[in-house]
Design a protein around this ligand. Structure first.
Ligand SMILES: Nc1ncnc2c1ncn2[C@@H]1O[C@H](COP(=O)(O)OP(=O)(O)OP(=O)(O)O)[C@@H](O)[C@H]1O
Length: 576
């Protein structure tokens, strides 16, 4: 619509200038004469003034329409960006954990933040603008055809070869897009690695290494982007130059061969100049849109592939044995908790990582009674973390089942996950207050102060929080840098307790701590035994002394189970 108005507006200028040059044409022009009569105006001069006013109004309407249409297009692209970002975020948060075993977080960050930008602003936007410009180009060419067929021939002779030549570069446009995308991924990765472990970076002194890596990727990005961006100028420059040459040729030929002055060819010339002024940007932008579509095809493929892969997971195709992955609703959607009265049974659980040659776990069977604490021990690589990931429902067993009072957790994995809390080895604290870190993911107005207080007391951090000037409102810094390791661990325990889950799973929660801090954390955990059902992984056997049963893992098998005395002391005795 805007494009049409624009073309019509431009198309009216030529006839108007013609009319102004030859006012008498109002009487003998087949189109103008009846209109002139209808208006009842006395002189041709009045008619020209009214026609001028009319054209001005058409131009104003065109400009306003142009503005609103452009605004709509930008809004459309920006809203699409917001939708794509949140859809991808949902996708990555919903996809089974196994997806992340082969995915780099730098790729995920790049996809959500950067590739969506490319798709919306460098694919959708140029495509929409390209369509609008194609309409303008076609209408203007038709106008030219009406004015003079030679102009049409010249314009086509200029535009068509430019389109054909430009199209030949489509593979280069795509390659440059792919190279830029790879460089973006590497740049995010370098930031993650260097700043994510800033302590090691500083102490090892490898800042220059990361700087040079960043420079290298920056150069790669700059090269592919500058090649692509500069290629965009070619259509405009080519069309513009050839049209100007033609214009000069036209004036010269008329002057020298036909002895016609500028005055004689002014109406035709004005249409040609004005049309060309609009035609050059329209045609070149339409052609450039082709290259943008090619250049961003790689980004579009990436987003499409990730969304499609997730659909596959949702269809359960990637998970052949257990169909529970169909359940992709978020935890807020599902507050159901699987009833747990007596015991949890792991029945002949086996697990192999994708593409792994050996099973990480084979035929694991164990029982966890309500209120009991069990410990998983064993050397590094024995399979403790894998077993915990299976119990957490993050990984799906290759065979076997996990049942709560006889009901398989895979019937509704979310209602099982609503029963368990997880305290990882390294607690991930957000750069916010202690309160927000404990009530993790809970909107501020929904934080339950009583539960918060109980969690703080049970995790034995009341004293430490009271010593802080801002108390519970103290901001802990990124990943909790302003807290000690033991304080971070206990904030992690408080976080798990805030959610009032029946089963607590602790993954080597004390392995990184000194003896004194370990004692504090162990005491906090020990105080919970009896009131909570617990599964603890520990390297330091002293921390699991209080557990009801210990399971010793070796190469993915349970090789021994029993009390602390039976498993640890007797083993030590037999080895002595
Ligand atoms: N993502 C993975 N892909 C392939 N194999 C893996 C993967 N993660 C772990 N493994 C393998 O599975 C086995 C068990 O690993 P797991 O992490 O469960 O051991 P662990 O007992 O927790 O060790 P640690 O005490 O050192 O954490 C190991 O042989 C390990 O190499």
């Amino acid at each position: 619509m805007a494009s049409l108005l624009e073309a019509i507006g431009i198309g009216l200028i030529g006839p108007f200038l013609n009319l102004a040059s030859y006012p008498e044409s109002v009487h003998n022009n087949a189109f103008l004469a009846p209109i002139y009569k209808q208006t009842g105006l006395q002189t041709a001069r009045d008619f020209i003034v009214i026609a001028g006013l009319f054209i001005s109004i058409v131009f104003c309407v065109k400009s306003l329409t142009y503005f609103f249409v452009k605004r709509y297009i930008y809004e459309f692209a920006s809203n699409l960006k917001a939708q794509l970002c949140s859809r991808l975020m949902h996708t990555y948060l919903s996809v089974p954990y196994v997806f992340f075993l082969s995915k780099n977080t730098a790729t995920i960050i790049k996809n959500i933040v950067m590739e969506t930008d490319k798709v919306c602003y460098d694919y959708v936007l140029p495509l929409l603008e390209g369509c609008a410009n194609t309409v303008v180009t076609i209408v203007l060419i038709l106008l030219l055809a009406k004015t003079d067929l030679i102009f049409l021939a010249v314009t086509s002779a200029v535009i068509l070869p430019v389109i054909i030549i430009f199209y030949q570069f489509r593979k280069s446009f795509r390659r440059w897009g792919e190279q830029a995308s790879q460089a973006r991924k590497e740049m995010v990765s370098i930031i993650n690695h260097s700043l994510g472990s800033i302590k090691e970076t500083r102490i090892i002194g490898c800042e220059r290494y990361f700087e040079s890596k960043m420079y290298e990727q920056g150069r790669k990005y700059a090269k592919s982007e500058s090649l692509f961006k500069s290629s965009q100028i070619i259509p405009r420059v080519a069309i513009e130059s050839i049209l100007v040459l033609f214009l000069i040729l036209l004036v010269c030929v008329n002057l020298v061969l036909f002895n016609k002055g500028l005055q004689d060819i002014l109406p035709i010339l004005s249409v040609f100049v004005i049309t060309s002024l609009r035609l050059v940007p329209s045609a070149s932008q339409s052609i450039a849109a082709i290259s943008y579509v090619q250049n961003t095809a790689y980004s579009l493929d990436i987003i499409y592939k990730d969304l499609r892969d997730t659909e596959l997971y949702q269809d359960g195709k990637a998970m052949k044995e257990i169909s529970s992955v169909k359940n992709f609703e978020t935890r807020e959607d599902n507050n159901k908790i699987i009833p747990f009265v007596n015991q949890v049974n792991l029945k002949n659980i086996s697990y192999s990582y994708p593409n792994a040659e050996y099973s990480a776990l084979s035929n694991i069977s164990l029982t966890l009674k309500k209120g009991e604490s069990i410990a998983l021990i064993g050397k590094s690589g024995a399979g403790k973390t894998t077993l915990v990931d299976l119990i957490l429902g993050l990984l799906q067993p290759t065979s076997g089942d996990i049942c709560v009072d006889g009901t398989s957790i895979y019937q509704d994995i979310s209602s099982w996950q609503n029963l368990v809390a997880y305290i990882p080895q390294s607690i991930f604290l957000i750069d916010d207050t202690i309160e927000k870190n404990i009530a993790f993911g809970v909107p501020e107005h929904l934080i339950d102060q009583k539960r918060l207080k109980n969690a703080i007391e049970a995790a034995q951090i009341t004293e430490f929080i009271n010593q802080l000037p801002d108390g519970i409102n103290t901001v802990v810094g990124e990943r909790g840098v302003r807290l000690s390791g033991g304080q971070r661990q206990r904030v992690g325990i408080a976080r798990a307790l805030y959610n009032e889950r029946e089963i607590l799973i602790l993954d080597e929660a004390t392995s990184a701590l000194d003896n004194e801090t370990e004692a504090l954390v162990t005491e906090a955990i020990r105080a919970l035994s009896g009131s909570k059902t617990m599964i603890i992984i520990a390297h330091r056997l002293t921390t699991v002394e209080h557990c009801d049963r210990l399971y010793m893992l070796k190469e993915g098998h349970i090789v021994k189970s029993g009390t602390y005395k039976e498993v640890v002391l007797e083993e030590a005795y037999s080895q002595a």
